[in-house]
Design a protein around this ligand. Structure first.
Ligand SMILES: *[C@@H]1O[C@H](CO)[C@@H](O)[C@H](O)[C@H]1NC(C)=O
Ligand SMILES: *[C@@H]1O[C@H](CO)[C@@H](O)[C@H](O)[C@H]1NC(C)=O
Ligand SMILES: *[C@@H]1O[C@H](CO)[C@@H](O)[C@H](O)[C@H]1NC(C)=O
Ligand SMILES: *[C@@H]1O[C@H](CO)[C@@H](O)[C@H](O)[C@H]1NC(C)=O
Length: 778
């Protein structure tokens, strides 16, 4: 059950975040750090010939030595100039200069540089992802090839067969970008699949010093592997016979194998910096991308202080669809990142594929786990090996039970199979620690945090991951039998696993602490054990000690689920070029499914009980249905702006989103819940006198011209729900009809209540999740 957090607590949490945000950037000294400065481009005084000259003069007027003759140093202060999705600059400034800058004509907002992280649990596995959606989705390859997806990540490994352009036609006419070259990346590395490539490091270098070109490619080439993996997941070409160490032979391909890829490299060994990310979004929009895939995130304190949210708003205004990872902060509640309503926020779930492995105990008992181990150091299936648990048998893990570095006694573990608890250190590193101490194998046991969720890894020694229950069984056996023994067996690949999908324990959870009226995440998509292309520079475990090199790798994280949605969005864009980003998201949400392959409600891997919309959003994406959703909930840029107005942002906070002077609050919404979102989230205020809430929605017919829909609403304990009208009869394509939903409290509930509202016609079901929240009375 999801713990309920009152709005006041949420406010507390958000003000706490905002506070810590400020304290860590409060150095008043002369040292400069990077700030992103949003400037009203329409406020440029006529005396400046262009914006670059004006921005430079603004910076000059606030920097400490304004009378300096040589102005080259001041020009160096500006790291980036932004023109498209965002207007302004990134510049190195000290605190006093920032204070002066905020008073300047035209300056709308100043954001301190923040560091974002990649959303992967760094633990690869080896195996194959298969197309589970049927081939019909790929039918219009021609129009797919017009869609360009920008991937903000660690770059790309262009030699991967996933980027083979043999079957691609000429580069689309609307591409205006470039192929930037650098170390080990030449013009010929761009092709008709990777149609451009760019790097953004000025913010990173301003904060961390010059990139050492011997250690890191200062070019689009991907050393890390993450960017190659996400790009191939979006739009990799089909590669037959993809496999890892002979495991799981199959065809690997991206979700939109006909679409084009452009890597925008923003992440370096020290992280991904907001000024670089912002520049990449700005450039990508100017370059003509249609979809942006962003598998990274950072602390969010508010919509207007999050430069990625502000830039994404600008991209959305230009018709670019943006898919972001929800974060890997689960199963804790309120752990989401990237929660703006104009972004599609993607959580992670499992697929119906597993890599079973067996722990055969000395008692003859056989227990199942998962593994991708394949190597020379196999264990004998005939022999039994002594088994040891370096922790106490109490339920709380200790440093040695976690197999942290330097905690294992090699006298105790040599020649044995070691049980290690999951947590704190990377899973593959625990295997390395056991191997270094002379252990022959590892059983990696989940604790209560992960429950029964199994994530397999490419360990450097024979290893099997087991769920919490199995782990307890084995520990119990070890504690009562001093001659406890076991062997490990690896069974390869199995498909048709039930139940699936299951929401991954690590997938970040709602509610959305910035607005309870906007349900987040939006959807879940495959993000556990995903096979895709890999860098030639790093082993599949990502450990520096791993000498293996593989063309494919398996990773888990919301970083992996995000590019699935980016790729499906590219397919939707190809089929429906006139759809707005909101229409694409609506199609994905209203067609998502909420039942697994055993016909039961989706489950939460961390608890084994049914998941809620706080875990899975509208549900699991269903690409073939999303191509033909029947109705869509469309939202324009002004609607999102009205939502922000209804959120109570101050005029100066709103300016971050009101780039064009004509964007004003027109007071369309009585309630932020009136945003035409495909999920419906009424929030009853603390004032118990308010017992009736009415929200409005408008649907657009994108199905047959003559379509009659009737509504069905799930029952709620706490409220009566009335829909007016209860039927919607369309007589034309693109016709819009509106309806009202009224919620009447019957009895205030202490926890939020979940359900759904579905419009049904002969051909279509258009389903919206409902979350009713009653804030605790004051
Ligand atoms: C603030 O100054 C201290 C001491 O000079 C330094 O250690 C710290 O990193 C600085 N913080 C920032 C955000 O620049
Ligand atoms: C690219 O794909 C074509 C077939 O589509 C194949 O003939 C060719 O060998 C591939 N090239 C590489 C470098 O894998
Ligand atoms: C823990 O170990 C003690 C003695 O070693 C044993 O009596 C007890 O049953 C064990 N508890 C569990 C949960 O295995
Ligand atoms: C829609 O059509 C149905 C049946 O044709 C009819 O019963 C219903 O009243 C109509 N609804 C509206 C709002 O006109």
């Amino acid at each position: 059950m999801v713990a309920f957090l009152g709005k006041r607590l949420l406010l507390f949490v958000s003000s706490y975040l905002a506070f810590s945000f400020l304290t860590c950037t409060s150095n008043k000294t002369s040292t400069t750090t990077t700030y992103i400065v949003q400037i009203d481009k329409w406020a440029k005084p006529a005396l400046f010939v262009d914006h670059v000259q004006w921005y430079s003069s603004i910076v000059k007027s606030v920097t400490s030595k304004p009378s300096k003759v040589d102005d080259s140093e001041d020009e160096d202060r500006i790291i980036y100039t932004y023109h498209t999705a965002f207007h302004g600059i990134a510049a190195r400034l000290n605190q006093e200069e920032v204070e002066r800058l905020q008073e300047k004509h035209g300056v709308m907002a100043v954001f301190p540089e923040t560091v974002y992280q990649l959303h992967t649990t760094r633990s690869p596995l080896f195996l194959g992802l298969e197309n589970r959606y049927g081939t019909s989705v790929w039918s219009d390859r021609l129009s797919q090839s017009d869609v360009i997806v920008g991937v903000l990540d660690t770059g790309i490994w262009p030699e991967s067969p996933s980027f083979n352009d043999t079957e691609m036609g000429p580069v689309p006419g609307h591409w205006k970008g470039k192929c930037e070259i650098g170390r080990a990346f030449d013009r010929h590395h761009c092709n008709r699949k990777i149609i451009g490539a760019r790097v953004f490091y000025r913010g990173y270098e301003a904060a961390s010093g010059k990139i050492n070109e011997r250690d890191e490619y200062k070019s689009p080439r991907d050393q890390d592997g993450h960017g190659t993996h996400t790009a191939a997941t979006v739009a990799g070409s089909a590669v037959h016979g993809a496999n890892l160490f002979g495991y799981a032979y199959g065809t690997a391909q991206g979700m939109a194998p006909g679409a084009r890829i452009v890597p925008y490299k923003v992440c370096w060994t020290g992280g991904c910096f907001s000024s670089d990310i912002l520049s990449a979004v700005d450039q990508a929009v100017a370059d003509g991308v249609n979809v942006l895939s962003i598998s990274l995130g950072g602390g969010v304190a508010s919509y207007y202080r999050d430069s990625l949210a502000v830039a994404a708003f600008g991209a959305m205004e230009k018709g670019v669809f943006i898919s972001c990872s929800a974060g890997n902060g689960g199963p804790d509640p309120v752990s989401l990142t990237n929660v703006s309503p104009w972004i599609t926020t993607v959580g992670a779930s499992t697929m119906d594929r597993d890599f079973p492995a067996i722990v055969k105990l000395g008692t003859g008992e056989i227990l199942t786990g998962t593994s991708l181990y394949r190597g020379r150091r196999t264990l004998s299936t005939q022999k039994q090996y002594p088994i040891i648990y370096p922790g106490s048998n109490s339920s709380s893990p200790t440093p040695s039970s976690l197999c942290l570095e330097g905690t294992l006694d090699s006298h105790a573990v040599a020649g044995k199979i070691v049980i290690c608890d999951r947590g704190i250190s990377p899973r593959v590193q625990k295997g390395q620690v056991v191997k270094d101490a002379g252990g022959v194998g590892m059983i990696l046991s989940n604790t209560a945090v992960n429950g029964e969720e199994l994530v397999a890894d490419s360990h450097l020694l024979p290893a099997v991951a087991v769920g919490e229950t199995t782990g307890k069984l084995i520990k119990h056996y070890v504690s009562r039998d001093r001659k406890a023994s076991a062997t490990l067996l690896f069974l390869g690949t199995k498909v048709g696993i039930k139940p699936s999908p299951v929401v991954a324990a690590f997938s970040s959870r709602g509610p959305n602490f910035l607005s309870l009226e906007i349900l987040k995440p939006d959807v879940v998509a495959p993000g556990v054990n995903i096979l895709a292309a890999w860098t030639g520079d790093t082993g599949p475990s990502s450990l520096p000690t791993d000498p293996r090199r593989t063309r494919f790798n398996i990773l888990s994280g919301t970083s992996m689920s995000c590019p699935h949605v980016s790729g499906i969005a590219a397919l939707l864009k190809a089929r429906h070029p006139d759809w707005s980003p909101a229409a694409i998201k609506s199609a994905l949400m209203t067609t998502a499914y909420v039942h697994d392959n055993t016909f039961h409600p989706l489950k939460d891997a961390s608890t084994g009980v049914p998941s809620t919309p706080y875990d899975h959003g509208a549900g699991h994406i269903n690409p073939s249905k999303a191509l033909d959703p029947g109705l869509i909930y469309d939202i324009g840029a002004q609607d999102y702006f009205e939502f922000l107005c209804a959120q109570g942002l101050t005029p100066s906070q709103l300016t971050a989103f009101a780039k064009f002077s004509n964007r004003k609050c027109l007071q369309h919404f009585a309630n932020p819940g009136d945003l035409n979102y495909p999920a419906i989230s009424p929030v009853f205020p603390e004032n118990t006198k308010v017992s009736v809430l009415t929200l409005r929605r408008t649907v657009t017919n994108v199905g047959p011209p003559n379509s009659n829909y009737h509504v069905a609403v799930s029952p709620f304990r706490g409220a009566l729900v009335e829909v007016d009208p209860r039927t919607l009869n369309f007589t034309g394509v693109h016709q819009k009809l509106s309806y009202k939903v009224t919620f009447k409290t019957r009895s205030r509930q202490t926890a939020p209540e979940f359900g759904h509202l579905t419009w049904k016609s002969k051909e279509h079901k258009v389903r919206s999740p409902i979350v009713i929240t009653w804030l605790p009375p004051l």
